[in-house]
Design a protein around this ligand. Structure first.
Ligand SMILES: Cc1ncc(COP(=O)(O)O)c(C=O)c1O
Length: 456
């Protein structure tokens, strides 16, 4: 039986009415990928206020790797509700916070002693990673990459790469942030090809030490092991070991931003595990909370302890409900075999998407690591000119036909898959059928003028 069920035009009348209220009451700044309002959700399915049923390939931007409201998470939240809601870990500590920290310390790569700080959002985790790195190294500077996305607060906007719509008009940003090319092989900054490039981009950091900032001034190199918002770009195997070695040589901390790539998304708890690298600090968020807001910085104990008492924290960080939900969600991942499922879904996607690449010239690149996978759309496979208009149209066709998706990429030309890993094979195939129909639809349509794109 099909999951997708559409009983009204999309958006339906209730969604349209709510959108009018939204436009009057909420600023236009927070983007929405679809014009439909949710009524309920479970597993990999969302029902809207008009009774239309969608497959969810966006997972609330990667926050639902363990699914919408898995029963175990639901029960854990209800049980916590019976005990207490907010105490503030800085006033009256509670076990859930410590238990989440213990769990992340055990899951993060590296056999050395670790500690974990809990906060509320991905951006807050990155802010704290920078604070901790500066406190430990007593150095000011941070090196980040092209196409990086690390958040929307002032420091994380300094770390983020994409100008419109994220940075433009919000400057000035905090200083001492330096940017180097990422290993985006499909659009190599040096016009080279892998493997004959000998991973020149990884060595760009050494060059930055001569041209941009002295190594003894650098506290941390921060990288998304797989680019999230930047387009689901997966660097070659050698990239992170080279960067890690350069960091070690100069006493610089290596920070893996796993906010989007972590918590089983790529078939491992952390994407950096695929590269055999043990970061000094790891930031996680999104799927950590199982649907509730929770983020973390996990790292070497001596580094995490560099900030003084009272120097880290916040009123709501590690909220008891979020901690209960996180522990249950991590359990669902472990007991439900979702690491293996992520790898399986990724394989299934890439096989199907490779066939699209042969049939549709607009599919320029197919890539991914485990269940973190994407296609990059181009006007012509030879020129690789980004096709943002087609990407927007594909996303629109998808929601109008019952599949919720989100885009990505500096050029807004990437369709990314962040499906809850509990999706069934039948549901996944049904979603891929809609995506394929969208490619047919857009390939047949005439091109339109350039748009400024916002992915999230
Ligand atoms: C890699 C990465 N870092 C940081 C963030 C910021 O997270 P948040 O939106 O929870 O502040 C995001 C959000 O998409 C992200 O993908």
């Amino acid at each position: 039986m099909k999951t997708i069920y559409l009983r009204t035009e999309i958006p339906g009348p209730q969604s349209r009415a709510l959108m009018q209220r939204r436009e009057a009451a909420v600023p236009r700044g927070p983007y929405h990928a679809t014009p439909v309002f949710a009524a309920r959700s479970a597993g990999a399915v969302i029902e809207d206020v008009d009774g239309n049923r969608y497959l969810d390939f966006a997972g609330g931007i990667g926050c639902l790797n363990s699914g919408h409201r898995p029963p175990e998470v639901d029960s854990a939240i209800r049980a916590q509700l019976e005990k207490y809601l907010h105490l503030c870990f800085s006033v009256t500590p509670y076990e859930g916070y410590v238990a989440v920290a213990e769990k992340l310390n055990a899951l993060a790569p590296g056999k050395f002693p670790k500690k974990t700080l809990l906060v509320n959002s991905g951006a807050e985790a990155l802010e704290n990673a920078v604070k901790i790195a500066r406190a430990y190294t007593k150095r000011p500077a941070v090196i980040v990459f092209n196409d990086a996305f690390h958040g929307r607060t002032m420091m994380t906007l300094a770390l983020t790469s994409k100008t419109h719509p994220y940075k433009a008009g919000f400057d000035p940003f905090p200083g001492d942030v330096y940017r180097v090319p990422y290993a985006y092989c499909y659009r190599c900054s040096y016009g080279l090809s892998y493997p004959s490039c000998k991973i020149s981009c990884a060595k760009a950091i050494e060059d930055a030490f001569k041209r941009l900032v002295a190594p003894e001034s650098v506290a941390a190199v921060i990288a998304e092991p797989v680019l999230g918002e930047g387009g689901f770009v997966v660097p070659p195997q050698e990239f992170y070991p080279i960067i890690h070695e350069i960091c070690r040589k100069h006493g610089i901390l290596f920070v893996a931003d796993e906010v989007q790539s972590g918590i089983a998304r790529t078939g491992k708890y952390f994407a950096i595990e695929h590269y055999g690298v043990e970061p000094d600090l790891i930031t996680s968020a999104k799927s950590l909370g199982g649907g509730l807001p929770l983020a973390a910085v996990t790292g070497r104990a001596e580094i995490m302890d560099a900030a003084g008492v009272g120097g880290l924290g916040g009123t709501f960080g590690g909220n008891p409900l979020s901690c209960a939900s996180a522990l249950a969600a991590l359990d669902v991942i472990e007991k439900g075999g979702l690491l293996a499922r992520s790898a399986q879904l990724g394989g299934k996607f890439r096989e199907r998407a490779k066939s699209w690449q042969s049939s549709f010239p607009i599919v320029g690149d197919v890539r991914g690591l485990g269940g973190m996978c994407a296609i990059e759309l181009v006007k012509d496979p030879g020129s690789r000119e980004p096709h943002a208009e087609a990407t927007k149209k594909i996303a629109q066709y998808c929601y109008e036909h019952g599949l919720i998706t989100i885009t990505a990429g500096t050029y807004g030309n990437v369709m990314r898959i962040l499906v809850p890993l509990v999706v069934t094979d039948e549901q996944f195939d049904e979603g891929l059928d809609v995506l394929e129909a969208a490619l047919h639809h857009v390939s047949a349509a005439a091109p339109q003028k350039q748009l400024v794109t916002s992915n999230i």
